[in-house]
Write a protein that binds this ligand. Structure first.
Ligand code: NAG
Ligand code: NAG
Ligand code: NAG
Length: 187
């Protein structure tokens, strides 16, 4: 192994450590409305775009990466569930359009009782500016605390939002699923 001078190691460590993350836990309720920015600095087509809603009929709002659909900064978080505080409320769920090829399932918003997408609220560091930011970290699909990740996948020239369980190894080269970070942005 190559030996590095201690001073160089310290510089490298400082570069990697990024912003200071507070140790205080964050509530899984966010009452002040927000937009959700999506980040993956390796994929400029989606990096720093936003989660948009699309009136899909039947009261459902499907979720697409901006510029597709309508932008929203009306989201709130209720017990870890992304919610549009409409009458009736629309909640983010994981259900439908399961794809065996890449083992992903759609995330969309509905007033019905599909298994909800439940998140923890965590701190992170902005990959571009290194500023402290608030992120949603996937925790449970309904009652199943099985973790996994939210990502986006090509859909008719746009990108929709899809969940995949932790440890998933299925991958569709024709419709590559890209993991994203969901960032809470208050306007
Ligand atoms: C965007 O919002 C407008 C006004 O509510 C609605 O008429 C239109 O159908 C929406 N478009 C999409 C793509 O959801
Ligand atoms: C697909 O996801 C299920 C859990 O929903 C998991 O048990 C299975 O191992 C996954 N398949 C692959 C190929 O990763
Ligand atoms: C960006 O996407 C790739 C492919 O899904 C993934 O391996 C990587 O972890 C993602 N990066 C972030 C910061 O989420």
């Amino acid at each position: 192994m190559m030996m590095l001078p201690t001073s160089l190691i310290l510089i490298l460590a400082a570069t990697i450590l990024a912003c200071d993350i507070p140790t205080s836990p964050l509530s899984n309720n966010i009452a002040e409305s927000f937009a959700l920015q999506i980040q993956n600095a390796s994929f400029p087509d989606i990096h720093n775009h936003f989660l948009n809603i699309w009136d899909w009929g039947g009261g459902d709002q499907h979720l697409f990466v901006s510029p597709a659909g309508n932008s929203t900064s009306q989201l709130i978080l209720v017990d870890g569930v992304i919610t549009l505080p409409w009458d009736p409320p629309r909640r983010a769920v994981i259900n439908g359009e399961y794809e065996v090829k890449d083992n992903t399932t759609k995330m969309f918003m509905t007033e019905r009782g599909d298994p909800r997408a439940i998140y923890d609220v965590v701190y992170g560091c902005n990959p571009d500016t290194d500023a402290l930011q608030t992120e949603l970290s996937f925790k449970s699909r309904g009652d199943l605390e099985i973790g996994g990740n939210i990502g986006v996948r090509p859909f008719n020239g746009m990108y929709d939002f899809r969940w995949t369980p932790a440890g998933n190894t299925a991958y569709d080269v024709d419709r590559p699923w890209t993991k994203v970070t969901l960032v809470v942005i208050h306007s």
